[in-house]
Write a protein that binds this ligand. Structure first.
Ligand code: PLP
Length: 374
């Protein structure tokens, strides 16, 4: 099987499986207990937090483990708003786990403003800055689009936002960006940054929220006061260990430039066969969104799967909802959004596999009757 749906989730690294197994088999103690075995379990969490912090450019006490990035994003919207009153600005390119919490606040009467996208998929920076003002309490901007891989310049935007909205907290959904863009969290300058381990070779069900030092955020989950009172619930010691192991392994095997050049090669191939690669030059190297004329992505995805190639489709994260909010915001017609497939690479994706997959997809599109693919 050739697996090119890594933006959805990744295969778990063997080292992460081993780390989780060890924590379950030998280190299963309550990490909040004061007896020695519990203290050792706690020390493993601290060590994991320290090594992840080191890799992502944060201080260990700025990272709070959560169950997933959806929780991290919801937390910011549920509690970041209580922290300061005022309007909220998001981009039209947000993942549902940012967009829906924002819409929930809007339905409760909050002033939620949505910055449009350019046709390349970036947030329209001028429009975003026009929406931000002195009353802005929270701005949320996706770092790398899960749909197109387009990267927003979070550092520059955050600086510009701060000059207009000094009171605003800035959040970025970094699920597709963490360790894949080369930026350190501290350098980005944001107050909050969400991430998820299962995009990096760790299991599903563990994520984190970066909360910059000095920023107050009330807890979303109240209870036993774990994670320094910020996120109650007994810590997921096996998956925290796996998260740290995966980050470590990713750092060893990942070659960003190589992944980016493979993506560019794939996009060129599709472009030269009558398809259209969306995005722009600032694209993350890990995600390619390809519009395949005349063929519904869902059908192509299933046919490709039958031929041993696993790919994503544009509307993947929209669940059962028709169309694709993000691609539509880039100006695509509904019929065009339905013809977008997503190929997403990982640190261990082999060039030959990816190119073979591309041949299979083009062949399948031809057989499915596309008049433009050739
Ligand atoms: N944000 C983005 C950009 C994503 O791509 C995803 C998952 O695909 C999420 C948030 C949600 O992450 P999780 O599965 O950890 O809740």
């Amino acid at each position: 099987m050739i697996y090119l749906d890594n933006a959805a989730t990744t295969r778990v690294f063997d080292s992460a499986v081993t780390a989780a197994n060890e924590a379950m088999r030998d280190g299963y103690f309550n990490p909040n207990a004061t007896y020695e075995s519990g203290v050792k379990a706690r020390e493993k969490i601290d060590a994991a937090r320290k090594s992840i912090a080191n890799a992502v450019g944060a201080m260990p006490d700025e990272l709070v483990f959560t169950s997933c990035a959806t929780e991290s994003n919801n937390w910011v919207f549920a509690c970041g708003k209580k922290y300061k009153k005022g309007n909220i600005v998001i981009t039209a390119g947000e993942h549902a786990s940012v967009y829906e919490p924002a819409m929930r606040l809007k339905s409760r009467g909050d002033d939620v403003r949505i910055a449009p996208l350019t046709e390349n998929g970036n947030v329209d920076e001028n429009a975003l800055l026009r929406l931000v003002d002195e009353e802005t309490a929270l701005v949320s901007m996706i770092h790398v689009s899960n749909e197109t891989g387009v990267e927003n310049d979070i550092k520059r935007l955050t600086e510009a936002i701060r000059t207009r909205a000094p009171r605003a907290c800035v959040h970025s959904d970094g699920v597709q960006g963490l360790l894949k863009t080369g930026s350190s969290l501290h350098d980005l300058g944001v107050n909050f940054y969400s991430a998820s381990a299962h995009k990096l070779g760790a299991p599903k069900g563990i994520g984190l929220l970066y909360i910059r030092r000095g920023v107050n955020l009330a807890p979303f989950l109240a209870g036993g006061g774990q994670e320094r009172g910020l996120r109650s619930g007994t810590q997921n010691t096996p998956y925290i260990a796996a998260f740290a192991a995966a980050v470590d392994e990713f750092g060893k095997v990942n070659d960003r430039a190589q992944v980016a050049s493979l993506r560019a090669e794939l996009c060129e191939y599709f472009d030269s066969h009558g398809c259209k690669a969306l995005g722009n030059t600032s694209n993350s190297g890990y995600i390619a969104c390809i519009q395949v004329p005349d063929v519904k992505a869902e059908i192509l995805q299933n046919v490709a799967h039958d031929r041993g190639v696993v790919i994503g489709k544009g509307a993947a994260c929209s669940g059962s909802k028709r169309g694709n909010r993000v691609l539509s915001a880039m100006g695509l017609k509904q019929i065009e959004t339905e013809c977008c497939i997503r190929l997403s690479l990982f640190a261990d994706t082999k060039r030959d596999d990816a190119l073979e997959a591309a041949h299979i997809i083009i062949d399948a599109a031809r057989r499915l009757g596309s008049k433009h693919v050739g």
